[in-house]
Ligand binder design. Sequence first.
Ligand code: CA
Length: 235
Amino acid sequence: MKDYTILLIEDEKNIADFIEKILRSNDYKVVTASTGGEGLSLIKSRCPDIILLDLGLPDMDGLDVISSVRSWSLCPIIVLSARTTDNDKVSSLDLGADDYITKPFSTNELLARIRTSLRHSNRVVTNDSISEKPYAALGLKIDFMKIITRDGEPIHLTPVEYKIVAYIAKNSGKVITYSSILKNVWGPNMDENDNKILRVNMANIRRKIEPNPAEPTYILTELGVGYRMLEDSSL
Ligand code: CA
């Protein structure tokens, strides 16, 4: 198995020490930085496999770190957000962060987010046709030839509903923002103000695919941010 190097950019020493310990005990190599500037230079010198980024840094805004990294690197970025405003989460994702995790978080949550991001980044590097491999989790199957079944029974979605489900299923395990779904399904002129059309379609999708639409299992709501599809268990 490959040794993954994780760069942790976090200025609060007790939090940084805690995360570093968790990561090391799970066989990740860890490089730490306590400022944005130090983090940026370590990304260039150490080429980490993944970046964990605190948004509130002493020398620069974490959002500026994201835009800077994205101008020359596709390295996955998971934002460690203490800020509770959804705006920062959405801005992070729109600037190119792969995911976020809200403090305080559990060890399992952190490790799961890291695994998901690594899996997505490896997939991009190794084989992009792999996204045509069917999605499967908890009895739900989506093959990307427009056939969706639950426990073997076909589910009939409209073309738009199918486009929404296929898009988030291909990114399963990751949060996908409302605006990203709107732009992907309806076109580049859509933005968060057009959320209503997405909400209506999502209600219909849930009615069709969820055993209990009021408590979704497959497509989870990330309040104020977007949706996260249950991670594909066949990967
Ligand atoms: Ca901080």
